[in-house]
Design a protein around this ligand. Structure first.
Ligand code: HPA
Length: 272
């Protein structure tokens, strides 16, 4: 069996062979938020299917490709579509692209997602700056032998979401007169939406939003010493706070707020 490090290296070399060089920022675009990648200038598009050792994405609303180029004057590599734990992927697979980003020399990742609003002050369509997270997935992507070349055995999660990046996003939102909410993202495995009782628990535990992604990727980004900026799109009120939940509403809301979302990310990228 090829070692993980070797696979990552092969994947990174393949991507570099497509002309992907000097990337500064990785963008992980969540459900319905992939359109941002269409604004990347002089794009190099690589389908996940063509990338050695890369997993295949199965969720509707995810294009399943990498897009490289410049956005707001920064060299970025965007993932249109991510890998979820609920698809049956092991955590190593869910976080594989982040490892590859690190191998490509990327120093920062912008992670985005669709999330359910738990905070009573949130409404669907709000954007939320992620200040911190609660890993409620019942596992951790770093379980297993630790490769010291990648990062430490016991990574410090005290400032997983870079404070300076948060401040920049706040300043940009203010300039844009955009009502940027802030809070704690709690990661569940899915694929079920939560029950109303689970949402009451989440609120009691300090969550402002819930979702089925992001947490593993951020843990691995921190392990690799990368800076993280996280933005959630609150697509619905969480279970028990509205009549029922469905994926169509999630997609509709991202569609409705995508212009604000794109502007916030682009303007923030320019000043990071
Ligand atoms: N719960 C979990 N994940 C989600 C939600 C939700 O309410 N909305 C969008 N993704």
């Amino acid at each position: 069996m090829i070692e993980l490090q070797e696979k990552i290296q092969q994947t990174a070399e393949f991507i570099q062979g497509k002309g992907v060089t000097d990337v500064e920022f990785g963008l992980i675009l969540g459900s319905g938020l992939g359109e941002l990648a269409e604004e990347i200038q002089e794009p190099v598009v690589i389908s996940y299917n063509d990338i050695p050792h890369f997993p295949v994405s199965t969720v509707v609303g995810h294009a399943g490709q990498l897009v490289y180029g410049s956005l707001s004057g920064r060299k970025v590599l965007a993932m249109q579509g991510r890998f979820h734990y609920y698809e049956g992927n092991p955590m190593e697979t869910v976080t594989y692209p982040v490892r590859v980003m690190a191998a490509l020399g990327i120093h920062s990742v912008v992670v985005t997602n669709a999330a359910g609003g738990v905070n009573l002050d949130f409404t669907p369509g709000n954007l939320m700056l992620i200040q911190d997270h609660i890993n409620f997935m019942g596992t951790n992507p770093l379980i297993g032998p630790n490769d010291e070349n990648m990062g430490p055995r016991f990574p410090d999660m005290s400032a997983a979401y870079d404070g300076a990046y948060q401040e920049k996003a706040r300043e940009v939102a203010k300039k844009l007169e955009l009502d940027l909410k802030e809070g704690v993202y709690m990661g569940f495995t899915g694929p079920t939406y939560e029950t109303p009782a689970e949402i009451r628990m989440a609120r009691t535990l300090g969550a402002d939003a819930v979702g089925m992604s992001t947490v593993p990727e951020v843990i691995v980004a921190v392990h690799n010493g990368m800076n993280v900026l996280g933005i959630s799109c609150i697509t619905n009120l969480a279970a028990g706070m509205q009549a029922n939940l469905n994926h169509e509403e999630v997609v509709e809301t991202t569609e409705r707020v995508k212009e604000d979302f794109k502007t916030l990310i682009k303007e923030t990228l320019a000043v990071l």
